[in-house]
Design a protein around this ligand. Structure first.
Ligand code: SF4
Ligand code: SF4
Length: 112
C-alpha cells in the first residue's frame, strides 16, 4: 500500500505536519518572566504540564521562578488568566524590559 502523499506536491503528509509544527514553535510560545512569585497558580491550568518546576520537584526550592518548556507548550494561553502576577506572556508580547525571558525559559530546560 503506497504512502499517503500530499496531493499538491507529492510530499508525505506527515512531513508537512512536522514542518508547520516547527514553524509555529518558532513564531509562538508562551514564556514566564521574572515577575513570577512561584505561587504555582498556573500549574493546574496547563493541559500539557509544560510548566516547571512543580512543587514536588527538587528544583522548586531553589528556582527563582517557574519556566515554560517551549517545546511542549501548545500556546493555548490558559495559564495567562490564572497568573495574578501578570508574569506570563506570548513570546512576541513580552515587555521590552523583560525580553530575556524566552532565553531564560529555554535555558532552564537546556540545563535540566
Ligand atoms: S501563576 Fe504566575 S506567578 Fe504564579 S507560578 Fe505561575 S507564572 Fe509564577
Ligand atoms: S500556553 Fe497553554 S500549553 Fe503553554 S504553558 Fe500556558 S497553559 Fe501550558
Amino acid at each position: 500500500m503506497p504512502n499517503k502523499q500530499c496531493s499538491l506536491v507529492g510530499a508525505p503528509a506527515g512531513a508537512f505536519r512536522n514542518f508547520y509544527r516547527i514553524v509555529e514553535k518558532q513564531i509562538m510560545a508562551h514564556v514566564i518572566t521574572d515577575s513570577c512569585i512561584k505561587d504555582g497558580l498556573c500549574l493546574d491550568s496547563c493541559p500539557t504540564g509544560c510548566i516547571h518546576p512543580t512543587q514536588d520537584e527538587p528544583a522548586y526550592e531553589t528556582a527563582t521562578q517557574l519556566y515554560i518548556n517551549q517545546e511542549e507548550c501548545i500556546d493555548c494561553g490558559a495559564c495567562i488568566s490564572t497568573c495574578e502576577s501578570n508574569a506570563i506572556f506570548p513570546a512576541e508580547e513580552v515587555p521590552e524590559e523583560k525580553k530575556d525571558a524566552a532565553e531564560k525559559n529555554a535555558a532552564y530546560y537546556a540545563n535540566a
